[in-house]
Design a protein around this ligand. Structure first.
Ligand code: SAM
Length: 231
């Protein structure tokens, strides 16, 4: 993967960035996503935010090698602290991290969001707490995609602030739009998850030390929801 050829995962993220956007890519690593979008003429400007020094330097190098220093600003910053009011950001991408980490970044930095940005989020697990944050903060989920690459399933969640939104507990767990669309890749993800839940429950049953009842109940409930979904 590089700024010319994105992974399929980042390619699907790129497809959700509106033409002419001013993008903040938080946790940009090498900066491949904003640089690829700028090379293709999709975005008008970008901020690439990185909290760690090595990826920050890598992003600076990708931007410099492509001659985009005027339009892509690379900032060493924690989460949304990379965004400044004068950036006039219209889309925020946060990709390749756990859903809880993405939620914590959004929550810690929500004062930096104007509410007009499209959020393009690609969590690696932890989708449920992330959807919960979106609902609690008035973001409606506009698009959800699951894709499989290198044996892993990746989710992409696109949301915009729209006032109060209500999702059921099952919708927060599976994704409200996924539940309607029931795509083959979504169903195969949950078939795999069901096998994992059953393995977890058998390991609980074999465990030498008693597993807390609440934990057993929680995994049992998840297995029941998945079974009902796949029925
Ligand atoms: N976004 C790229 C992608 O999807 O391919 C890179 C994903 S990489 C696995 C995660 C990156 O997020 C790392 O470079 C890490 O330093 C950065 N990161 C983690 N927490 C962050 C935070 N709070 N603020 C900014 N960057 C963060």
């Amino acid at each position: 993967m590089n700024e010319h050829t994105l992974s399929m995962r980042l390619e699907r993220v790129a497809a959700q960035v509106p033409a002419g956007a001013r993008l903040a890519d938080i946790g940009s690593d090498h900066g491949y996503l904003p640089v690829a979008l700028m090379r293709r003429g999709v975005i008008a400007a970008a901020v690439a935010g990185e909290v760690a020094l090595t990826p920050f330097h890598a992003a600076e190098r990708t931007v410099r090698d492509n001659g985009h220093e005027q339009l892509i600003t690379v900032r060493l910053a924690d989460g949304l602290a990379a965004i400044e009011p004068q950036d006039d950001i219209t889309a925020v991408s946060i990709c390749g991290m756990g859903g809880e980490t993405i939620r914590d970044i959004l929550d810690a930095g929500k004062a930096r969001l104007s509410g007009r940005e499209r959020l393009i989020l690609q969590p690696n697990g932890g989708e449920q707490p992330l959807r919960q944050w979106l609902m609690d903060n008035g973001y409606r989920i506009l698009s959800e995609e699951v894709l499989r690459e290198n044996r892993f399933y990746y989710e992409i969640i696109v949301a915009e602030r729209a006032g109060p939104v209500q999702y059921t507990a099952e919708e927060l767990y599976f994704g409200p739009l996924h539940m309607q669309a029931r795509s083959p890749v979504f169903l195969s993800k949950w078939q795999r998850m069901l096998r994992q839940k059953h393995k977890t429950l058998s390991s609980f049953a074999r465990a030498r030390q008693a597993v807390p009842e609440a934990k057993v109940q929680d995994v049992t409930r998840q297995a029941r929801w998945i079974t009902e979904l796949l029925a």
